[in-house]
Design a binder for this molecule. Structure first.
Ligand code: SF4
Length: 200
């Protein structure tokens, strides 16, 4: 995928939710009963991209597509391959970038190849370098550990040259572990963002 050099001084952000479904059951999840396995259709996405890119072009903005959820990677690698191609084909002179916020449990090699090709910036939720603390707040829907899959996904993404940032949601249980997470992220070569959360 071509990378354009942007002269735009401002960026128009578009948040896209391919699905509201999720395979984790985080203690502080704001989705609650809104979770559903509905998947955003390609034609709706195309129409949305047309509108967003036209607006960005008219105002001389760059355009960032922020892929969010639920868990967006549940849509699968072919969904993102098609979506990125549609947006690229519509982009014209607008500089487009993509970021994706994920729980990091479903980062298959196929999906990571698609994300790497589109230069997607990845944000991965991880609440502690220690599984026992992380799994208190971010277990799977059936209350199993998610920690090992996330760390493995994070390392696979880095090995493909993807820009990764970790997002740590701070609760009473892990608030004392920020420095440990900082050291973990430094070792892994990823950025750390902090997100204050309270259990619902
Ligand atoms: S990863 Fe956690 S916070 Fe995000 S949608 Fe899934 S359950 Fe909610």
């Amino acid at each position: 995928m071509e990378v354009k050099t942007s002269r735009a001084r401002r960026t128009f952000n578009v948040i896209v939710e391919p699905t509201a479904d999720c395979n984790l059951g985080c203690a502080y999840c704001y989705k609650g009963a809104q979770k559903s396995n509905f998947v955003l259709g390609m034609e709706v996405l195309r129409q949305m991209a047309i509108g967003a890119l036209r607006y960005a072009a008219d105002h001389d903005f760059a355009c960032e597509f922020i892929w969010h959820g639920g868990e967006p990677t549940l849509a699968g690698s072919s969904y993102f391959r098609d979506a990125f191609r549609i947006i690229e084909d519509l982009s014209g002179d607008v500089t487009v970038s993509h970021s994706l916020q994920t729980n990091g449990t479903l980062l298959t090699p196929e999906l990571l190849d698609v994300l790497a090709t589109a230069h997607v910036q990845l944000g991965i939720g991880l609440d502690s370098a220690q599984p026992s603390y992380h799994d208190q707040s971010r277990p799977s829907v059936d209350r199993q550990s998610s920690h090992a899959r996330i760390v493995s996904g994070l390392r696979s993404a880095r090995s493909k040259g993807i820009d990764v940032g970790v997002l740590m949601s701070i609760t009473e249980a892990n608030a004392h572990m920020v420095e440990e997470m900082f050291n973990f992220c430094r070792q892994e070569g990823v950025r750390l963002g902090l997100n204050p959360s309270v259990p619902t």
